[in-house]
Write a protein that binds this ligand. Sequence first.
Ligand code: SER
Length: 607
Amino acid sequence: MKNLTADELRDMYLKFFESKGHAIIPGASVIPENDPTVLFTTAGMHPLVPYLMGQMPHPAGTRLTDVQKCVRTGDIDEVGDSAHLTFFEMLGNWSLNDYFKREAISWSYEFLTEKLGFKPEQLNVTVFRGEGKEGEEGYIPADEEAVEIWKSLGLPDERIFRLPREDNWWGPAGTTGPCGPDTEMFIDTGKEKCGAECRPGCHCGKYIEIWNDVFMQYNKNEEGKFVPLGRHNVDTGMGVERTICMMSGAPTVYDTEIFAPIMAKIEELSAESQLSGEERLRAKRIVADHMRTATFILCDPKGGVKPGNIGANYVLRRLIRRAVRYARQLGIGPGFTVKLAEVICEKYRHVYPELGANLEQCRLDLEAEENRFNATLDKGEAMYRKVAEQLKLHGQSQISGKTAFKLYDTFGFPLEMTVEMATKDGLSVDKEGFDEANRKHQELSRTTSAGSFKAGLQDNSEVVTRMHTATHLLHAALHKVLGPTANQKGSNITAERLRFDFTWPEKMTDGQIKETEKLVNDWISQGIEVTKKTTTVEEAKNEGAMALFGSKYGDQVSLYSIGDVSKEICCGPHVSNTKELGSFKIVKEQSSSAGVRRIKAVIGNMG
Ligand code: SER
């Protein structure tokens, strides 16, 4: 394989598909046009949905190719490892009811082996194995056509893996829309298998996915059914960063030429870091990733997304503030966001002219947000110092929950920072007390915030509160749809989505997902009151309350009831009426670990 730069790869890809009759079209804005269901563009096909559906002809024709800026922040907390990025570039080629599987697969093969120089023996592919029985409802045939095409290109059967929908089906991007079976291409790195089960799709690092050809011949309709679209589209996607990483032999994307100037600048700016080893590496990667994403969002030609408290604005604020926090740990001084944005714009402006044209505005926005957050942190730190001195004076070693909450609520000082500084000073923080104080505060502010719900305004803590109540409804719905063994294993809430893990041995069917979603939405529209009482664990359990298995509870617990729909021991906070949730949508159902499934869902107008 060749060692290419990202510039060379983009160029080679677009020219290759141009030689196959494709029009090179400009990538779209990273902020979606006219699509309220997502906060950012997440794949190359996204801006092309109306054309894939056949709603209108694309002005550039039926064969298109481009490179698309994509933002995916669902796994933001995992950034810092070797693989996750919140921004990436996706190369793609499309057939809008023009060519189909034979051409798409043959060209993928030709590009991988002849242009990129991978050896045919390195190539492994997966194809859709079909589901259901012929003649019965829900039947979708196996993609034998794709298998035959791969074989005709010389791939032996043992390197063609037939996998279920979970692995070999793509889309729709939202809940409805074009989708279909796909064939994914993996490069065998030559590493040992991690076990007998190791195959393409395994995350041990032996097989790296390089490209995905999706055959968009179905539409998922409002009832959750896959109906033939009546069109044979192709949608393919190849990630630039990952491909460059693999071809250069670099251990991670952060070690490629793409990130080199950004990482070098971070290194140069980080004077005396409190961190070392893995922790330091992780912090550097987080700063690099988040600043790259923030710069692309701020420079986007569509514009309009500024650091703020709602939706996409909040995601942007979170990216910048996380970068600031990790930068401080790296000993990087104020003004770094602008310095990094300059390096990033320099690296990309010849490909994305907006990174040149909009740099000035981006600078102003970054500077303002960084200053705002630094001032908050400085004030918080000063307050923290006072608190710590007082404690020491009185020979105490724990910061009370109330005090930690005051630092957070009055001075905007994040709990993590209080804990971090306290640990250094040999003090502890009463985190449960913090949660309790937070809950009390929520209850107080609920009455006043009722008005702003109506106006559609939400601050972050309100969104999280609503999501929290939504997890109770989801848990109750899963019990109704799947039965009492579908028990909560964990949950994680961010301002963008809720994540809910529960015990269940297999993939939920579309029918079950739909039914769960419908139950939750029905309860929301019924406007059920959420009530709370303080009781003992024993009594709560007698009343049939759900409690998290394995959790430790104090003598007195809070029992939250949502009409007769749900009763759970929990420390809140919750909304007071289910109506406040607006609406509920499951965006993903996937495996979490053996016997545990994971649902990602969104509420209201959060997309
Ligand atoms: N939409 C598909 C993906 O994101 C192929 O482009 O993988």
